[in-house]
Write a protein that binds this ligand. Structure first.
Ligand code: OAD
Length: 268
């Protein structure tokens, strides 16, 4: 079938780039932003914009603590789809993972002997892991906070602990204000990160869009950028996407069945 065709191409070992969205983490129990059970049913998304952060950092952080607990308070683990990409990456078949998610699950799904969660991973430019898999977190990582003055990054838990203790907003030793290390609504994606993603897309031989509605930028244009420069585009998503017409293979399938099967087809 068409997944076998895709696996054959992956096996031929060109440059494979996986591009992921909220759909890959939904089976891990991470609530989506929109749709049924989405956090914006319970929270006002207007309170979490970059403009609000600039105007009222204290109020922003107070609300952000509540949102963080609602989204991540129960804890969650990578699922078999994250694991399949990590395993294919470790075997040399996936060269880069570009994600729109801020949950850090791709990093945690890495093979245990290759994790370097404390220092090695950078959100700005992406970091090579043993020249095998590049992880590019397009929208940052909700488990970190960054000083808006000096750029120092700390564990988000530390920032949230300080917020819970009444430090509003949490402040860096340099005097700057910490911000969650994510791209907020109304905030520009870093140009370097975007450039890196575009280059990866154009240089890919196989571009797999996984669990993303592909409706917001840059997600909407990366798959087309890849296919227009000759890449084979594969899409795995429960719903149809605006890029389906450009894809060689479209799987209207759950990520937790499609990706383990792809892994098996490639590695066995
Ligand atoms: P969306 O919520 O727009 O799309 C998620 C897609 O995953 C939907 O089309 C679902 O059908 C699909 N899906 C859900 N569960 C799935 C499963 N188990 N298997 C396969 N597919 C599944 O999420 P994104 O495309 O990631 O930006 O959204 C893009 C960006 O919009 C987010 O990163 C966020 C938001 O504004 C920022 O926060 C800056």
């Amino acid at each position: 079938d068409d997944l076998e065709r895709l696996a054959d191409e992956v096996e031929r070992n060109g440059t494979v780039v996986a591009f992921t969205g909220a759909g890959i983490s939904a089976p891990s129990g991470v609530p989506t932003f929109r749709g049924e059970g989405g956090v914006w049913e319970r929270f006002d998304e207007g309170q979490f914009t970059y403009g609000r952060f600039r105007r009222d950092p204290a109020g922003f952080w107070e609300d952000r603590l509540e949102l963080h607990e609602a989204m991540f308070g129960d804890g969650y683990e990578p699922n078999v789809a994250h694991d399949a990409l990590a395993t294919l990456g470790a075997a040399g078949y996936v060269d880069a993972i570009i994600t729109q998610n801020t949950d850090g699950l791709h990093e945690r799904a890495l093979p245990a002997n290759e994790t370097n969660a404390d220092e090695g991973w950078q959100n700005e430019s992406g970091t090579d892991r043993d020249d095998e898999t590049t992880l590019l977190e397009l929208h940052g990582n909700a488990h970190r906070a960054v000083c808006t003055a000096c750029g120092r990054r700390i564990d988000a838990e530390e920032a949230f602990d300080r917020v819970a203790d009444g430090e509003l907003p949490p402040t860096c030793d340099c005097g700057g204000t910490y911000k969650p290390d994510v791209v907020l609504f109304g905030e520009q994606l870093s140009g370097a990160t975007l450039q890196r993603a575009r280059t990866l897309a154009r240089e890919s031989d196989i571009f797999l869009a996984i669990g993303s509605s592909l409706v917001v930028e840059p997600a909407a244009s990366l798959p087309r950028a890849a296919s227009s420069t000759g890449a084979t585009l594969g899409i795995v998503n429960l719903e149809s996407t605006p890029c389906d017409d450009a894809a060689a293979v479209v799987r209207r399938e759950d990520v937790t069945t499609a990706l383990p099967r792809l892994q098996t087809l490639v590695l066995e």
